[in-house]
Design a protein around this ligand. Sequence first.
Ligand SMILES: Nc1ncnc2c1ncn2[C@@H]1O[C@H](COP(=O)(O)OP(=O)(O)O)[C@@H](O)[C@H]1O
Ligand SMILES: [Mg+2]
Length: 323
Amino acid sequence: MEVAVQRIPSVLNFIVLVLWCNVNALVCGFEMKTIYCKISDSCECDFKPNIQGLEWDLYKNLYGQHLAQDIVSEGISNFLSKESPDRPLVLSFHGASGTGKSLVSSMLAKYLYGTAMGSPYIHQFVPTLHFPLPERLYQYRLNLKHWIEGNLTTCARSIFIFDEMERMPSGLIDVLEPYLGPLHVVYQTNYRKAIYVFISSTGQEVINSVAMEMRKAGRDREEIQLQDLVEPLNEAVFNANNTGFYKSRIISQKLISSYVPFLPLCQHHVKRCAQRELCQRGECHCVDVAEEVSRAICPTSNEQHRFSSTGCKQVPAKVNVYL
Ligand SMILES: Nc1ncnc2c1ncn2[C@@H]1O[C@H](COP(=O)(O)OP(=O)(O)O)[C@@H](O)[C@H]1O
Ligand SMILES: [Mg+2]
């Protein structure tokens, strides 16, 4: 009751503003949104993309991933520049463990909704938690379809993150097919404004071998281009048995807007992770600890081990040991 009374002046303001805006449409767009957001709980009001902030964070805090930095920044800014996109944005992150895939997905959440993963419009799925039993595929398909449609109806700007796609039962993700293309209609919503992020280690062999070839040829890893990886990645992912992508129509129908390869990390990247970890603990001065941690995680003596097999994932545990 109290809330309703408080809202009356806002509603009156809104009506006056609508009348005024019929005369002066250009000037009042911003005011309209402010007042509309006071009286409504639309997710458009929570959606506050900060593209520059995202670009800066990717540039500064994501080490050794020039492809991910460029593809994600460009993909998001192109997508959000369209008032009415013709299809949703579908990003598929691939790469070894600990290379920054989850880190980038949390940056997306932070710079699009300003609330890290806490927003009600950001939905994260983890197969081991949500789809643990392959024999229940039929039920999971119904649930997932129902759930996506419900969330899109509530919020066209929903963000859906599917982590650990390599553990998802094959055949499940194809229920998303209608929502990822340009043709479908979801009642009461523009479903094409949604963003989907798939995360997996599937295809890591392809990425790692291209990075290794580059290294053996004595060339800079920044020379690796997306074109070097897209085709082999597409094939490896489509044929990856016992994963969520196996023979998926999402791949065969080309519904993924961009593949985002995460390269394996080298010793100096791991060292930067260790330095950051130490600074976060107020031990910025322990430079030798960062050096020791990076050597322990990523010994350079052996050709096979020139990349870290666990990326930066073990850094906090190793810092505990060496500090
Ligand atoms: N490329 C990177 N740059 C900076 N930090 C990284 C990078 N890769 C991993 N990390 C750090 O290592 C930890 C694990 O990374 P995460 O993003 O969860 O890896 P995954 O690729 O397995 O999802 C996080 O604390 C993250 O901040
Ligand atoms: Mg992860």
